[in-house]
Design a protein around this ligand. Structure first.
Ligand SMILES: NC(=O)c1ccc[n+]([C@@H]2O[C@H](COP(=O)([O-])OP(=O)(O)OC[C@H]3O[C@@H](n4cnc5c(N)ncnc54)[C@H](OP(=O)(O)O)[C@@H]3O)[C@@H](O)[C@H]2O)c1
Length: 287
């Protein structure tokens, strides 16, 4: 299987590259240094004459607060919306399966029981709206024959991508702060599921290898948590001695509204291990 991974140096993309190679697939990774994906004519020219069985797009504009104003908002709609539509068209024309990632932020966060794959998205911030634009473009192309997997996930953590610009995960930020700060604070809200990128990468390959029906899938580690609850878990597992304190969302004002309960329910796949187990593995491997 010949697979093109877009964002191959990012946090998730680099795990897909590693695990895909371990599984024996022919992996081609492109990142910012290979092509600017905001320049569709250049992307089309680079794709011309190439054949891939699968195109996995991990590229996104992820700066949630920057999406609320310019120029972030424009970039979000270009990368999270337009690019998905353009890639979906290319994949259909060229007979490739497309894998696209989306977010719990397409949901409003007012459903305490969580969201299934068939629940109606209703985003409350611009990042969520831009990701929803990508979802809708993909689904529309699917109605015209594209084979696709739309994977929603949330709160990624794991080994940092090799691109110098990749964002640090919540746990990495907290581990760094623990070395310098007198106390750590975590918002005791925004309940959702943490997801370990190696687990998400493996589950993605499983969807493809087992030829699951195309459509929307939720893939997250089990055991939802608020940021504060996850910080407590980190404190226990990493043996942090620095005190930790819960704060409210109001204590940490940010430009973008956050869904308060955006737990993604996996109703189409077996559950993944808990994020606590995955975090333990991550900490062991990082030693
Ligand atoms: N992170 C989360 O917590 C989270 C939660 C829910 C859903 N998701 C979704 O999961 C997917 C993967 O997220 P991630 O956190 O792994 O992303 P990431 O680490 O930011 O990786 C994205 C990669 O795309 C590259 N890229 C950005 N703009 C580009 C451009 N114009 N042309 C070419 N390459 C470009 C980035 O390069 P540079 O590093 O050089 O910019 C980076 O290597 C995304 O669809 C995201 O929306 C993420």
């Amino acid at each position: 299987m010949k697979v093109l991974i877009l964002g191959g140096l990012g946090n998730l993309g680099s795990q897909l590259v590693v695990t895909g190679q371990q599984l024996g697939y022919e992996i081609i990774g492109w990142d910012q240094e290979d092509i600017d994906l905001t320049d569709w004519p250049a992307v089309e020219a680079k794709l011309a004459g190439q054949r891939f069985d699968v195109v996995i797009n991990t590229v996104a504009y992820n700066a949630v607060d920057a999406c609320e104003s310019q120029p972030g908002q424009d970039l979000a709609y270009i990368l999270n919306g337009d690019l998905v539509r353009q890639l979906a068209g290319w994949c259909q024309t060229n007979g490739a399966i497309m894998v696209q990632y989306s977010s719990d932020y397409v949901f409003a966060g007012d459903q305490l029981a969580g969201y299934t794959e068939t629940d109606q998205p209703n985003p409350i911030n611009e990042y969520g709206r831009s990701k929803l634009a990508g979802e809708q473009a993909l689904i529309k192309q699917g109605e015209q024959g594209l084979q696709y997997y739309l994977i929603r996930t949330s709160k990624l953590f794991g080994p940092r991508g090799t691109s110098p610009a990749t964002k640090s995960s919540f746990f990495d930020i907290m581990l760094k702060l623990a070395a310098t700060e007198p106390e750590l604070k975590g918002v005791d809200a925004e309940e959702s599921c943490f997801t370990y990128t190696p687990d998400l990468a493996q589950a993605t390959w499983q969807l493809l290898a087992d030829k699951f029906p195309q459509g929307i899938y939720h893939i997250v580690n089990s055991q939802p948590a608020t940021w504060y609850q996850a910080l407590r878990t980190l404190q226990q597992l990493a043996g942090l001695t620095v005190p930790i304190r819960p704060i409210t969302s109001a204590d940490l004002p940010r430009p973008a509204a956050r869904p308060q309960h955006s737990v993604l329910l996996m109703t189409k796949l077996p559950p993944l291990r808990s994020y606590q187990q995955a975090l333990q593995e991550y900490l062991n491997k990082s030693k």
